[in-house]
Design a protein around this ligand. Structure first.
Ligand code: G2I
Length: 435
């Protein structure tokens, strides 16, 4: 039977499984995400609050954001994120106090003596850490201090203050909030290499000098299929120095467009990174650098690359989401069937002898040009009519194929068909397979 309008709706926004933050907690870990404060409403806020146990402001706590003009402060977005985190019982990872990038122009364009520069940095650190004392669990105190070859990066701070700026910054941060965990954070330090070895030697020497250093952040901006083989070994060697380790900015970028093969590889990549953290007791946190592809730095920085996060632009969990869940021990979670398209069966109304049901087919990171949805009734239900699909039933087995006009399900879209059926005794919901 035809005549009812074809329904096109957004894909399901939520994974029905145990939230990632609960899975992580059961493993003694915290799973976090970078966030943009202005987006923390609606579905973005729902997912950020429900799934993650810590938040990192993606930009809101950087010097250029908080003090755009000297002596003129803007804490609005940082305050908002901290308040959201408190309301959702989440930790905050403060990011970042000392960096060569995203500094205000009054600072970078100024001409400062070493003493002035040191005073500016101390004042900045004291002001920001004091403001969030007791509210920020961990700070990326120093961000990206090294070159790829393990030498110190030439920056405003290194050039003006020498390598001692790192110990000074940690000491000032500790004075402002003795309970906050203090980290040094960098990229391309996930595997054992010259840069990570320089970081290792620095942390070892800071520990030997009694400088307050609590942790090392491995950013983990990774490329599809290129997870460093020595990741877990590297995490372990830092842990063995007596510091915590966090994966602070995880994403796995791919050449666009994504397809089901790439998304499956990405799931495996996310799973292996999270598993490396789970395997090392002192690895305490894995944070993704944006949880949705609509809030990722990747496409604008690497043209032609993207789809780097665990949720698509419409907040549908991707296979990567399930990879994370599996690494966190979420054994009952399964990726959507047939790659990234999934079917959901629901009963929309029911009366004493009959009911109306619908099946929605949603795609994310994949698409369909035709479809067949099949299920087996467990209690003698019988389809009597269907619309927006052609359904046949043989015994308990039902099979519905697309109508001539709705075989195509685009990436990020969905198609719904409906039916009436009879029932008696019971009307359990069957599992639908696509194929
Ligand atoms: O670059 C990726 C990350 C590498 N590690 C340190 C992180 O702090 C860094 O984060 C990114 C943010 O995700 C981006 O959102 O840092 C970028 C700057 O280096 C941020 O990009 C900036 C844009 O460059 C600005 O044009 C924009 O106004 O984001 C700003 C706010 O949206």
């Amino acid at each position: 039977m035809t005549g009812l309008a074809l329904l096109l709706t957004a894909p399901a926004a939520h994974a029905a499984d145990t939230p990632l933050r609960d899975l992580a907690a059961a493993e003694g870990k915290v799973i976090g995400t970078a966030v943009t404060g202005s987006k923390l409403t609606g579905t973005y806020g729902d997912v950020a609050g429900a799934q993650f146990g810590s938040l990192t402001p993606g930009n809101a706590m950087k010097w250029g954001t908080v003090e755009p003009a000297q002596g003129s402060f803007n804490w609005a977005e940082a305050d908002q994120i901290v308040a959201f985190a408190q309301a959702h019982h989440q930790q905050v990872r403060g990011h970042t106090l000392v960096w060569h990038s995203q500094n205000p122009s009054w600072l970078t364009n100024g001409s400062w003596t070493s003493a002035q520069l040191s005073g500016l940095l101390q004042n900045h650190i004291s002001t920001e850490v004091t403001r969030y004392k007791g509210k920020v669990a961990a700070w990326d105190v120093v961000n990206e201090p090294f070159n790829e070859d393990g030498t110190h990066r030439s920056t405003l701070w290194y050039d003006g203050l020498g390598s001692g700026y790192i110990a000074s910054a940690l000491t000032w941060a500790h004075a402002a909030d003795p309970d906050a965990k203090l980290y040094i954070n960098d990229y391309n330090v996930e595997g054992v290499n010259a840069k990570s070895t320089a970081l290792y030697n620095l942390v070892k020497s800071l520990k030997a000098q009694g400088v307050p250093i609590d942790g090392v952040g491995l950013q983990a901006h990774l490329i599809l299929g290129q997870i460093p083989a020595t990741l877990q070994q590297n995490v372990q060697r830092f842990a063995d120095l007596g510091v915590d380790v966090a994966i602070t900015e995880l994403d796995v970028r791919m050449a666009l467009p994504s397809d089901s093969t790439k998304l499956a590889q990405q799931a495996a990549d996310y799973k292996s990174v999270v598993a490396a953290c789970v395997a090392v007791t002192r690895c305490v946190n894995v944070t993704v650098w944006g949880f949705t592809d609509s809030d990722s730095w990747v496409p604008s920085t690497f043209p032609g690359y993207g789809a780097a996060t665990p949720y698509d632009e419409n907040y549908a969990p991707k296979p990567a989401y399930y990879g994370i869940a599996e690494a966190l021990g979420g054994g009952t979670t399964t990726p959507p069937p047939t790659g990234a398209c999934a079917a959901t069966y629901s009963v929309t109304s029911q009366w004493n002898t009959g009911f109306t049901g619908q099946v929605r087919i949603s795609c994310s990171g994949a698409s369909l040009s035709s479809w067949k949805a099949s299920w087996t009734y467990g209690a003698g239900q019988r389809i009597t009519q269907a619309w927006n699909a052609t359904c046949t039933q043989s015994g308990a087995a039902v099979s519905c194929v697309n109508a001539s006009y709705n075989g195509s399900v685009p990436d990020g879209g969905s198609v719904t068909f409906g039916f009436n059926a009879s029932w008696s005794g019971g009307n359990p919901v069957p599992t639908v397979t696509l194929g």
